[in-house]
Ligand binder design. Structure first.
Ligand code: NAP
Ligand code: COA
Length: 259
């Protein structure tokens, strides 16, 4: 899978949850396209490892160890990124947690934990970045999932959290649109080589079943999500805002016969 030839030279891109999997892939895509990237997540080791893989001719990436549930910590990271880089051009909110658990066995704190990371975290990130972001041409990408509109058993926490994220996307697209900021969600389908699919399809049989259920017959690749993030943040998508874009091989489009 080749990376699309986008040009984000000297644009400043800050990716929350950007130290592994899909979000790291997004950070890598923007970095390869010339952007000055920052990534943030809880684990200092993961932040360091991600920063070591990022960076380009304009210099190294910046890394921040923080929890998106901690609004002051998110504000501090935004402050430090902007102090160094001047402004934010593209903001990505992708930090998330998920696990399979029947609702009847899920504790209130288990439900709250996922809501707090995914939904409150996305609000914290957008709220903190607003003043450094707001300008014509700026782009926000929130990472959703098909669980936002297709209920999936044993994921009540993630279904509720991702549905909430998409309403945050739509609402702030309305509020920030007049200032020139576009806000969109990407809803990846099952993506290979990720923690998410390790958790949701942990056995070989489950993985094969999941792959067969995708009309295109395979899991997606991390670079395919990065390409959509770059397209949505480019001038080519200048009239796209308030949208939730599935990148899922048609797996959320409906049911095949017998499916
Ligand atoms: P992942 O590798 O586990 O990515 C999650 C990232 O978020 C990590 O960098 C993690 O780093 C960070 N994170 C988690 N909790 C955090 C917190 N409280 N504060 C700050 N950072 C936090 O998983 P992934 O599978 O690539 O998923 C990435 C995104 O894509 C998620 O939003 C997920 O819901 C979405 N998605 C994935 C799939 C899929 O097939 N994998 C499908 C649909 C949607 P730390 O552990 O260091 O905090
Ligand atoms: N099933 C049921 N409940 C679970 C659970 C599971 N597999 N994992 C955690 N919980 C519950 C805990 O029991 C706890 O509730 P309690 O206090 O009532 O016992 C609550 O969730 C919080 O757990 P904790 O481990 O303290 O949360 P954390 O903030 O340290 O970690 C998670 C957050 C649980 C989401 C963790 O899995 C994580 O960090 N995930 C990030 C990576 C990820 O999920 N990637 C895929 C992205 S789609």
């Amino acid at each position: 899978m080749s990376t699309a030839p986008f040009d984000f030279t000297a644009k400043n891109v800050l990716v929350f949850g950007g130290t592994s999997g899909i979000n790291l892939g997004i950070a890598k895509g923007f970095s390869a396209a010339g952007a000055r990237v920052g990534v943030a997540s809880r684990s200092q080791d993961k932040v360091d490892a991600a920063v070591a893989q990022l960076g380009n001719d304009l210099g190294p990436a910046m890394g921040f160890s923080l929890d998106v549930r901690d609004a002051p910590a998110v504000q501090q990271a935004v402050h430090d990124f902007v102090a160094e880089r001047g402004q934010i051009d593209v903001l990505v909110s992708g930090a998330a947690g998920n696990f399979l658990a029947p609702a009847a066995g899920l504790s209130p704190n288990g439900f709250k934990t996922v809501i707090d990371i995914d939904l409150l975290g996305t609000f914290n990130v957008m709220r903190a970045a607003y003043e450094s972001l707001v300008k014509p041409g700026a782009s926000v990408i929130n990472i959703s999932a098909p669980q936002a509109w297709i209920a999936m058993a044993f994921q009540v926490h993630a279904c509720a959290a991702k549905a909430g994220i998409d309403q945050v996307t739509r609402t702030l697209a309305l509020e920030w649109g007049p200032e020139g900021v576009r806000v969109n969600s990407i809803a990846p389908g099952p993506i290979g080589g990720t923690e998410g699919m390790e958790r949701l399809a942990p056995t070989k049989e489950a993985a094969e079943h999941s792959q067969k259920a995708v009309p295109l017959g395979r899991w997606g690749e991390i670079e395919e999500i990065a390409n959509m993030a770059m397209f949505l943040s480019s001038d080519l998508a200048g009239y796209v805002s308030g949208a939730v874009i599935p990148v899922d091989g048609a797996s959320s489009a409906g049911r095949s016969i017998g499916g």
